[in-house]
Design a protein around this ligand. Sequence first.
Ligand code: CP
Length: 307
Amino acid sequence: MAQGIRNLLGLRELSLDEIVEILDTARSFREVLERPIKKVPTLQGTTVVNLFFESSTRTRISFELAERRLSADVVNFAASGSSVSKGETLKDTARNIEAMKTDVTVIRHSSTGAPHFLSRFLKSPVINAGDGINEHPTQGLLDMYTIREKFGELKGLNVCIVGDITHSRVARSNIFGLTKSGANVAVCGPKTLIPDYLQQLGVRVFYDIDAAIQWADVLNVLRIQMEREAGGDFPSIREYRLYWGINRSRLERIKKPVVIMHPGPINRGVELDADIADGDTSLILDQVTNGVAVRMAVLFLTGVKPS
Ligand code: CP
């Protein structure tokens, strides 16, 4: 990115060197977050717009904290209460905000490709904070950072992504990033929630959750996305939990440690039981903490400059 990639649209578009550069830079910013004063002047004088057209807790607050920790000025946009409700287009909204001399746009949108579309019209960098079912690159990067922090390296590790792969932008970003990094990547879930194209990406597919747990060093467990119609792809939540839910009895059957991750928000008692989410093998809150450092690194390396 320091070599000239202006936008962060997805991990599919990044080279391994660029991914490693972000993860290494994030390590320096992670140290900043342990200081009594968690702030550096890196982005003083720049203005970042967080353009969120879809609900978010972690990503929106994490970006805002990352921006403030870098001393940027921050503008938060929410579609409700804006002129979007009067019919203003995404392009007009973003260009009008940029005309107020903002320097970078972070966008989350329910439409796949919305950040790519904006990057064609905006003069300043665009960072994808999640677009439809395409990618969530900073989530993929923070997951990779967290795994690397735990195991020392990604190469050769067995990482299994469990659940609703079809509707998951988190799964896609993890798959692009982890396979480039030399990790062995698998997915596991109901046939109806696993797309056909995965084997072309070098991803192993399990339909038996116990076999997947036996294989994995890391389970990255995904939320069942009712808002994206996943609920119609299996008979009931009760059945999903029975066949695919991660719980203590399943984990105790195997005789090796498995680390548990989840991008959040968790449906406790559906894809993941509460005692496992909060247990010793869970890295879920580490993921959230590391997310701020990763987003600081992305903002820094995107080369944001005051206009
Ligand atoms: N992981 C994630 O994207 O969470 P939010 O939807 O709360 O931002």
